[in-house]
Design a protein around this ligand. Sequence first.
Ligand SMILES: NC(=O)C1=CN([C@@H]2O[C@H](COP(=O)(O)OP(=O)(O)OC[C@H]3O[C@@H](n4cnc5c(N)ncnc54)[C@H](OP(=O)(O)O)[C@@H]3O)[C@@H](O)[C@H]2O)C=CC1
Ligand SMILES: CC(C)(CO)C(=O)C(=O)O
Length: 312
Amino acid sequence: MAGAGCIGTWLGARLQAAGVDVTYLGRAATQARLAKGLTISGLGDPLSLAELKVVQQADGPFDWVIVACKRTDTEALLGAIAPALASQPTLIVAQNGLGAAERVAALSGCNAQPIMVPFNLVWRGQGQLHQGTGGQVMVPKALGAFAHAWGAQAVEDIQGVLAGKLLLNLNNAINGLCGLPLVEELSQRGYRQVLAGAQKEALKVFKAMGVKPAKLTGAPPALLPYVLALPDGAFSRLAKELLAMDSQARSSLYDDLAAGRATEIAFLNGYVVAQGEKLGVETPINRHLQALVREAERAGQCPGLGADALLP
Ligand SMILES: NC(=O)C1=CN([C@@H]2O[C@H](COP(=O)(O)OP(=O)(O)OC[C@H]3O[C@@H](n4cnc5c(N)ncnc54)[C@H](OP(=O)(O)O)[C@@H]3O)[C@@H](O)[C@H]2O)C=CC1
Ligand SMILES: CC(C)(CO)C(=O)C(=O)O
C-alpha cells in the first residue's frame, strides 16, 4: 500500500482482513498512526485489526501495489518506491479525477488500473478511521478478484465511472471554500446552484471529449444540475439517500486546506478548465473556483466563503 492515508489504509485493511498479506509504506506520521492497530467505524462494516505491517522502505517484490497518495504527490511517491517497481507489479490507482492511472503507468512503466472510491474517510484519532458517507467501491472487470474484499462492483466502463465521480468531486472545492460539513452545505440552495453550474460546464466538456459519465446517484448525470438547483424542500425530499451521511463529513479538499496542504484542485475543477481550453468550451465557474482555492492555499486556510462569492 503506497500512500497509506485515509483511502489507502481502508483498502489495505479490508484486504488484510480477507487474508491478503499487506505491507503499508509509511513515513513517521503513518508509523505513529498505525502503531497500535486500526479500527474502522461509521457507515459500512466495522473492522478491527490488532497489527499492520508498516515499513519505511518498500523493496518488494510485490504482486500488486496500490497507489493512494494525493495526486500532487504521485511523482515523488513513485520515485520513493522505484525498487519495488523493478519486478513490474500491477499498480492499482485509487485517486480522484480522470487520467490518474494513465499518469502512474507513464511514470512507472508498469500496468496501472484505476478504481473508484465513492465515500469520505477521515482520521478520528490515532488508528481510528471513520467512514462518513456511503456508496460502493467500483473496480474494472480486470480487478474483479478484489471486489469481494472491498464489497466492490466490477464494471465494464471504469472511465465512465471516474467521469461520473468527477462531477460529484466538483463539489470538493465548494466544500473546502465554505468550510461547512457536506450535509449543511448541500442543504443550502445557493451552494447547490454553484455546483450545478460547475457540473453543466463539465458535462459540456465531457461531451466534447466523447466521455459518457456513469450514473452514480439517483439522478442521471445530465439531470443532476437540475435536481441540485431545486428549492431546498424539494431537493431534500428527492436527495434523501445523498444526504444520509455523518453530520461532520466534509471533502478531502477541505481536509487539505484545513491542514495547510496543497490541494488536488488542478485535477478536479482545474481539469475541466484545462480540457475546456483545449476544446473551446467556456468554463467560467470552474475557473473561478480554481482561482479561489489557489488563493486559499496561499493564505493557508479555509476562507469560509458564502455562495455568492463562489460565482464569477
Ligand atoms: N479522503 C477521502 O475521503 C477521499 C479521497 N479520495 C481520493 O483518494 C486519494 C487519496 O486521498 P486520501 O486518502 O484522502 O489522502 P491522504 O492525504 O489521507 O493520504 C495520502 C497518504 O500518502 C502518503 N504519501 C504521500 N507521499 C508519500 C511518499 N513520498 N512516501 C510515502 N507516503 C507518501 C501520505 O503520507 P504522509 O502523511 O507521511 O504525508 C498520506 O498518508 C486522493 O486522490 C483523493 O482525492 C477519494 C475518495 C474519498
Ligand atoms: C467522498 C467525496 C465524494 C466527498 O467527500 C470525495 O471523493 C472526497 O472527499 O474527495
